[in-house]
Design a protein around this ligand. Structure first.
Ligand SMILES: *Cc1c(COP(=O)(O)O)cnc(C)c1O
Length: 378
């Protein structure tokens, strides 16, 4: 059988090892060093929005620190998009706070501004104003940031932008990750670029960045001995991982191009399949890195369910995966409040992510095309 075609696998640019060698030569094998600073500068330049970036051990760590910097604590409520990876919501629980989940809207699959407004008004009426709003750019698709920020500003609630999947995406020409009070990036192995594991917090002041770095390095006070006035974390990125990141930044633009070409490939491929819709931008305002290409399948029109298609592709040794299962449907968040209707749930029932790697070969694309044509001709 041919090799497995993966959804999204690491794709090195070629110069990553040079940065790692430099780190070894100078013995900067630690959670600090020139690659960490260099990677942060590369990201700041790429985001092009006068931001300060703190490189961390994971996107999840970045979200956790963002919540701490927004003062989220025990018993507070934090609004969060329901349709997302669990890592968007888990840090709320780390803080002993309570997530309030919000439905998606059809255009972007991201947080529905109408449900957001309902939720804020209702939580305030029930006696508690939410402490923060976590909005996600799912699969690289920018959320409706203008509408969301308007509501957030009206109620004076900070927005945390989970741009873990959206490095290289823009909304109205501005980089995702730079809209909120804080932005979160991830360089996990499956993301558009990787440091094997890592993340970053996008800040809008040196003070906010310094605080994140302080907390991420065990919150050491300025003293010759180890002295602590705060609880700290071990969340800083290592100089070795940052070396991989610097190499990856050199090819990021190409990675975005290649991922976007994969979505074009699927638009073409499914154009003759009734009931199948490829997830694309609703208007020119949105520019997605198309980290993962995704489709929705209307089972009656298409004559197949998303689960049947997933299993059929598996027979061809091709990986695909249902969309993120909404958080309000997860057993671990059973008891939490939810606002909206059934859009996220419907997307979950009908949606499938398809192989999207920037390293897929022409041969692999032909295998995907042949497999899908065979499945749909039955
Ligand atoms: C990957 C991801 C994260 C977490 O990033 P890690 O670096 O893996 O901790 C958070 N949110 C979303 C939406 C993600 O896809």
């Amino acid at each position: 059988m041919s090799d497995k075609i993966w959804l999204s696998s690491p794709h090195m640019g070629g110069r990553e090892l040079n940065y790692i060698h430099e780190a070894f030569d100078a013995n900067w094998v630690a959670p600090l060093g020139p690659n960490v600073n260099g990677f942060e500068e590369d990201l700041e330049e790429f985001l092009n929005a006068d931001v300060k970036v703190a490189a961390l051990s994971a996107g999840t760590a970045a979200l956790h620190l963002a919540l701490i910097e927004c003062g989220v604590g025990y018993g507070d409520e934090v609004i969060c998009q329901s349709m997302t990876f669990s890592a968007s919501a888990n840090p709320i629980s780390y803080q002993g706070a309570i997530p309030v989940f919000i439905d998606s809207e059809r255009d972007t699959w991201n947080m529905c501004p109408i449900a957001l407004r309902d939720a804020i008004s209702d939580r305030i009426a029930k006696g508690k104003k939410p402490k923060a709003i976590i909005v996600v750019h799912l699969y690289g698709m920018p959320a409706k940031m203008e509408e969301i920020l308007t509501i957030a500003n009206e109620f004076d609630i900070p927005v945390l932008e989970d741009a873990a999947e959206a490095l290289g995406s823009t909304y109205k020409g501005k980089a995702c990750g730079t809209f909120g009070r804080f932005g979160v990036l991830s360089f996990n192995g499956n993301k558009i670029i990787t440091t094997s594991g890592g993340g970053a917090l996008v800040c809008h002041s040196q003070e906010d960045k310094d605080k994140a770095v302080f907390l991420s390095t065990q919150a050491r006070d300025d003293a010759p001995h180890y002295q602590h006035s705060h609880i700290g974390y071990n969340y800083r990125m290592s100089n070795i991982c940052a070396g991989i990141g610097r190499g990856q930044m050199e090819v990021l633009a190409h990675r975005v191009e290649a991922r976007r070409a994969m979505t074009d490939f699927y638009v073409n491929l499914f154009s003759s399949c009734p009931g199948v819709k490829v997830f694309i931008e609703p208007s020119e305002d949105f520019y997605s890195n198309h980290w993962l290409a995704a489709i929705t399948i209307e089972p009656i029109e298409a004559g197949i369910t998303r689960e049947e298609l997933r299993l059929a592709l598996l027979e061809f040794n091709i990986e695909s995966r249902p969309l993120w299962k909404p958080m309000h449907l997860q057993p671990v968040f059973e008891e939490t409040p939810y606002y909206g209707s059934n859009i996220a749930e419907d997307l979950f029932d009908k949606g499938l992510c398809l192989p999207s790697g920037s390293n897929l070969t022409d041969e692999e694309r032909i295998r995907i095309k042949t497999a899908i044509e065979q499945v749909f001709s039955k």
